[in-house]
Design a protein around this ligand. Sequence first.
Ligand SMILES: NC(=O)c1ccc[n+]([C@@H]2O[C@H](COP(=O)([O-])OP(=O)(O)OC[C@H]3O[C@@H](n4cnc5c(N)ncnc54)[C@H](OP(=O)(O)O)[C@@H]3O)[C@@H](O)[C@H]2O)c1
Length: 275
Amino acid sequence: MSAAGKIVVLTGASAGIGAAAARQLHRDGVKVIPVGRNAAKTAAIAEELGEPALTCNYADLDDVRRLADALLERCPRIDVLANNAGGMWVKRELTKDGNELNFQVNCLAPFLLTRLLTDRLRESSGRVINTSTMMVHKHGHIDLDDLDSEHRYKAHDVYTTTKVGAALLLREYARRNPDIETADYHPGIVASEFSRDMKFQRMLLRTPLGKPLQKLLDTPEVAGQRLVYLCETEEKLTGGYYFKNERAEENPVVLDVDNARKLWDLASRRVGLEV
Ligand SMILES: NC(=O)c1ccc[n+]([C@@H]2O[C@H](COP(=O)([O-])OP(=O)(O)OC[C@H]3O[C@@H](n4cnc5c(N)ncnc54)[C@H](OP(=O)(O)O)[C@@H]3O)[C@@H](O)[C@H]2O)c1
């Protein structure tokens, strides 16, 4: 897929990996439609890209439906949907839709957005790229009977589980839509705003002890390049997991077709779509 002239819808474009990727894509001649949550931050990146800003809070599924309508109105074509928005929340919280917050933001909201944009993606011979994490493939698991983490809440585990959910759903999406290319990838351990809800981690990184740790992190630019690669590559993307621009081994958990189908049904009901 040659870059210039393509239309990329990029969520989580207001900060970190998304903002860095948006700038790189823009430099390559791609028309980037930036979506963020914070209005001021999204307006700032949108101005750099010369595009109007779209905002959406994934904690509200009606807002996701509004976003899909706005994108369908604005984009005659969608060559790439980059589902990059995401985060980790330290305390358990339910959204107004009644879902655990990590599960909704990292899994249900991008699932809903992707489903609502499917016809446009198909017409455009488009692709869907999800920002995942290596933790999914190192030790990820999912309990379909506890999607809202009612029984146990450890932020890192909950975050990883919700990304396992997103990976399972993306693979089921690929099976149901073989004409739409898909991939997910690990961006690296990145010095972004990701730890915004983790006060201790943020404090530690600012101490003299944290300085050497900071050096081990990837910059948003390096991580953003990994997203740019998947947006622009001529390689046919057939649903695999990538790290450093190469296919990497997947956790069998994300290849469990039976679980993927069950989660598809559960997630569809949660977002009010047909199974
Ligand atoms: N950083 C890492 O080490 C790392 C590692 C593996 C995977 N990832 C994944 O990489 C992706 C990007 O993260 P990042 O590191 O760039 O973090 P970041 O700097 O915190 O950026 C996160 C982006 O997601 C948006 N977002 C957060 N909550 C949202 C919500 N409720 N509704 C809509 N948008 C929301 C943010 O919007 P606002 O800024 O406008 O609020 C921001 O644009 C995430 O999916 C994350 O899970 C990150």
